[in-house]
Design a protein around this ligand. Structure first.
Ligand SMILES: [Zn+2]
Length: 490
């Protein structure tokens, strides 16, 4: 970092311009042009066939589900769906690309002209343009390390070859690493919500490259960009962009020129290194794929997919705020995953109290799940059962304190709230006649405190309420006890 350190004043003279290219692995069971499984972790070169190995005479057949997922991702990105798109060959040589070309889409991608609204840490919203989303097949994997003779050889695993990807290309609309981070976060959420991809970055289901340039603030023309690859975690994305922005500014400040090239981010050194000079589109000799027909999407098919789209996070967040009266922060947390938001919706439906539901889902339930290393989808307490518990609390039938214990028991046993509360006789006593007797007993047993209260030390009421709670084994309704004591003493 030190070699490129630039003072904040100098940094502020420049404006970074960032565009992202994100590869999302579509969640199909089989590959895009053959029936091989897409499962992760199989022994090397076992999920392969003549088609994905590129053997002579083997012909691709397009997987219908891949197209559906691509359309869904396009719709989630507010894109226009092209009703006729064309596959194109992108020609290059690499050992993990047995066909010698990638089947991609070029001038007629399946989706284009969309956008993603991102939210910045300061609360502002910004719209980032999505240029296009196109289908393509993945290459295999070159393995440069981990083998006894890795010093001399690189191994190739072709299991991944032919895995369906959608590549989402943004407009160069981002102006900081924070904006890029927010964009990738929202993109991931959208893809997960519509079930297009798991976006598991550790398994390579979401991969990100960035085009980065800088220009003097106020300048209209973009600077020369470098493409930074290998940004395969959110942390690396931010670190790599910050590094690359500084590097380019330092270079320009020292009288140098940014070269158009592809750079690789090395997280161990926290720097980007030059990999190769940037190739241009014409280098790939794109031409229409002769083995595949144009992809035609009928009105009916498109309408069917559109009507089956789930409610997406931006709409859900707004609904949680306007309809449920949640705070923005809570709405964000509760829409962090599709499972969590669906769970929460169900709790509210049963309990009828959105705020209490939010508190219990985000508080005690989340705590129990975390302590047991479980996701909400694996919760032993179903949403309906938690909703029932929240309903008891909202009606004042049980106190918060007792509800915590009940929830723990529900978590352990999977029993319903009603079963536990009835068996253990935990309903809060809100019945005045039942409380009357206990309140009278407490007054009789504590003449000193009663005297103090009557002589003006009214805060002693807290002690008396505590005594009633104790005598009722925590089942009395505290506001009611408070009211009764005041009436009797005053
Ligand atoms: Zn295959």
């Amino acid at each position: 970092m030190s070699s490129t350190a630039v003072s904040p004043d100098v940094m502020a003279k420049y404006e970074p311009v960032i565009g992202l290219e994100v590869h999302v692995q579509l969640a199909t069971r089989t590959k895009i042009f053959c029936a091989c499984p897409t499962s992760f972790g199989a022994p090397p070169n076992t999920n392969v066939c003549p088609v994905c190995l590129g053997l002579p005479g083997a012909l691709p057949v397009l997987n219908r589900q891949v197209v559906e997922l691509a359309i869904q991702s396009g719709l989630a990105l507010n894109c226009q769906i092209r009703q006729e798109s064309i596959f194109a060959r992108k020609n290059y040589f690499y050992p993990d690309l047995p066909k010698g070309y990638q089947i991609s889409q070029y001038d007629r991608p399946v989706a284009e002209h969309g956008w993603v609204d991102i939210r910045l840490p300061d609360g502002r919203e910004k719209r980032i343009g999505v240029t296009r989303a196109h289908l393509e097949d993945d290459a295999g994997k070159s393995m440069h390390e981990g083998f006894r003779d890795s010093e001399h050889y690189t191994y190739v695993d072709l299991n991944r070859t032919g895995t369906p990807l959608v590549e989402i290309v943004s407009e160069p609309d981002m102006r900081s690493s924070e904006e890029a981070y927010a964009y990738l976060t929202e993109l991931k959420l959208l893809m997960q919500f519509c079930g297009v991809s798991t976006c598991d970055m550790e398994k390579g289901h979401l991969r990100c490259d960035a085009n980065v340039s800088v220009r003097l603030r106020g300048a209209e023309k973009f600077g020369t960009k470098a493409e930074v690859k290998n940004l395969n975690s959110f942390r690396f994305l931010k670190m790599a962009l910050d590094y690359e922005i500084q590097r380019q500014i330092a270079l320009l400040e020292s009288g140098g020129k940014v070269v158009q090239e592809t750079r690789l981010y090395n997280p161990d050194l926290d720097e980007t290194i030059s990999m190769r000079s940037k190739e241009h589109a014409h280098d790939y000799r794109y031409f229409p794929e002769p083995d595949l027909l144009p992809l035609r999407i009928s009105d009916g098919w498109l309408a069917e997919i559109r009507s089956a789209m789930p409610e997406l996070p931006p709409v859900k967040r707004k609904r949680f705020i306007t309809e449920y009266g949640l705070r923005e922060y809570d709405a964000d947390v509760l829409t962090a995953t599709r499972d969590l938001s669906a769970y929460f919706d169900e709790v509210v439906k049963v309990s009828g109290d959105a705020r209490q539901s939010a508190n219990w889902v985000m508080g005690d339930l989340a705590g129990l799940l975390k302590a047991n290393n479980k996701e909400v989808a694996e919760s032993p307490v179903s949403a309906a059962n938690l909703g029932e518990l929240v309903k008891f609390i909202a009606k004042g039938d049980i106190s918060n304190k007792i509800a915590k214990d009940v929830l723990e028991k529900m978590y352990e046993t999977g029993e319903t709230a009603t079963a536990i509360i009835d068996r253990e006789g935990l309903r809060q006593i809100s019945d005045t006649s039942a409380l009357d007797k206990i309140v009278d007993e407490v007054i009789a047993a504590n003449p000193k405190q009663v005297e103090q209260y009557r002589s003006g030390k009214t805060q002693v009421i807290g002690f008396l309420v505590g005594q009633v709670m104790k005598a009722s084994k925590g089942q009395a309704n505290p506001p009611m006890v408070n009211e009764m004591l005041r009436a009797k003493l005053g």
